[in-house]
Write a protein that binds this ligand. Structure first.
Ligand code: BGP
Length: 473
């Protein structure tokens, strides 16, 4: 049965990517190294000293040279928006210079030109797991307050250059993931097991202040821009109705909700301050920091949603599911992807309602999708992939988005992750594919880099064309 469309007429349908996972050209155009150049296997192994040839991200899917062809394919699907990140190290190769790299800026001018050609609204992430490596090696990343100033300078360059052409901006990708992946998310060189809680929470504070300063810069330099935060959303259901399990799930959810609370309300919530006290953490917070957080709150809240987890107060019942990167407990009622991520479309409706009830800010789903192994086949002389599993996943999640909209939630748009196959963030594989477009490149680096439309390509084009009316229950 098809569902009649509840999606607003101006709903922003599109797709999402990140520079380090698509661009390649890791040392072209005056670009400096980023932390991704020392993370050839994602978060599965410790960082390397310098760049290594086995790093698929050095070439990725060669978007740096093929962006025009790829954006044309997005336009063919009818994208209204395209989420990409600007690689900080293309603009400031080391991160702490005073002058930006013009060649890097010019690249994004050309990309935005291409989006404008098709009326595609750019949605830009300013920092997506690609801190300049020099800031990691020299400053220990966001642990150091100096990064606030470097990021503010970077943000001012971006708003001055692109502010009139780019309306939607996200300050930090999945800002809460620094709790679990300090190097990838916070550019923090100190290994996770040696990182003190005080340094970790100071890094978080520094990022939050930098996010407020970027919002201030946008107000001054790009008055039409809207700035959003970006959080990793993952509901944690109580494993049983035991009140202790319910409290445990609330405590786990709050570790993530705190980031939205601070971005939206402009101050640290009481439960967060208590948790810092309980952990013996004393932060350096200036009066100016407090004033910035309070004044420069976000215009909208964006988030990624892939899965939910369960939570329990009973340690003996803590069975951690494979691939549950945030460390939750497996939910026995749900199935999982090949990488162990539990599939839960209703969870998306729950998150949308929870965030709307809590913050009353427009919500933007900027990542959602299924990482799966695809089989390239030939039908009538045309290479394609029969990815019904991906269509089903996206369809079922979008039906729940429609339900949330009917519930009264203000949803701005939906940009499924990896609209074109790309390198995975956690495992650095190409075989973990998310795209509507297949890219001929394999985990060993072989392949022509040619692009092929999967079955989901036409399916998604129809969803966009019908504004969601073609979705099925
Ligand atoms: C999010 C990241 C993305 C992306 C996605 C899928 O955490 O923001 O960069 O990669 O997850 O994860 P993975 O690539 O590990 O499958």
């Amino acid at each position: 049965m098809t569902v009649s469309s509840t999606f607003p007429a101006d709903f922003l349908w599109g797709g999402a990517t990140a520079a380090n996972q698509i661009e390649g050209a890791y040392n072209e155009g005056g670009k400096g190294l980023s932390i991704q150049d020392v993370m050839p296997k994602g978060i599965t192994t410790p960082r390397t000293e310098g760049p290594t040839d086995d790093n698929l991200k050095q070439v990725a899917i060669d978007f740096y040279h093929r962006y025009a062809e790829d954006i044309a394919l997005f336009a063919e699907m009818g994208f209204k928006t395209f989420r990409f990140s600007i690689a900080w190290s293309r603009i400031f190769p080391l991160g702490d210079e005073t002058e930006p790299n013009e060649e890097g800026l010019a690249f994004y001018d050309r990309m935005i030109d291409e989006c404008e050609k098709y009326g595609i609204e750019p949605l830009v992430t300013m920092s997506h797991y690609e801190t300049p490596l020099h800031l990691t090696d020299t400053y220990d990343g966001w642990v150091n307050r100096d990064l606030i100033g470097f990021y503010e300078r970077y943000s001012r360059v971006l708003f001055a250059r692109y502010g009139a052409r780019v309306k939607y901006w996200l300050t930090f990708n999945e800002i809460n993931s620094v709790l679990h992946a300090p190097l990838m998310s916070g550019g923090i060189n100190t290994p996770k097991d040696q990182l003190s809680k005080t340094d970790l929470y100071q890094a978080i504070h520094n990022e939050l202040v930098a996010s407020a300063l970027a919002t201030k810069a946008a107000r001054e330099l790009a008055p039409n821009a809207q700035v959003g935060c970006m959080v990793l959303a993952m509901p944690a259901y109580p494993l049983t109705p035991d009140p202790d399990d319910v409290m445990a799930s609330l405590t786990t959810e709050r570790t993530n909700l705190a980031f939205g609370d601070i971005h939206v309300r402009g101050e640290y919530p009481g439960y967060y301050l208590r948790s810092l006290r309980d952990q013996g953490v004393e932060l350096t917070i200036t009066d100016e920091d407090r004033a910035l957080l309070k004044e420069y709150t976000v215009d909208f809240v964006s988030f990624s949603y892939y899965m939910s987890v369960a939570e329990t107060a009973d340690d003996s019942k803590r069975v951690i599911g494979e691939g549950n990167i945030m460390g939750g407990v497996s939910n026995p009622t749900l199935k999982a992807s090949e990488w162990g991520w539990q599939i839960d479309p209703v969870g998306l409706r729950i998150v949308l309602n929870q965030f709307w009830d809590r913050w009353q800010k427009p919500l933007f789903i900027v990542e959602n999708g299924l990482g799966a192994r695809d089989q390239l086949i030939e039908i009538d002389g045309r290479k394609t992939v029969n990815d019904d599993y991906r269509i089903n996943y996206l369809n079922d999640h979008l039906v729940q988005v429609g339900e949330a909209i009917t519930d009264g939630v203000d949803v701005m748009g939906y940009t499924p992750w990896g609209c074109i196959d790309l390198v995975s963030a956690s495992t650095a594989q190409l075989s973990k594919r998310y795209g509507f477009i297949y890219v001929d490149r394999n985990d060993d680096g072989s392949g022509t880099l040619d692009r092929y439309k999967k079955k989901s390509f036409d399916w998604y084009a129809e969803v966009i064309k019908s504004n969601g009316a073609s979705l099925t229950r």
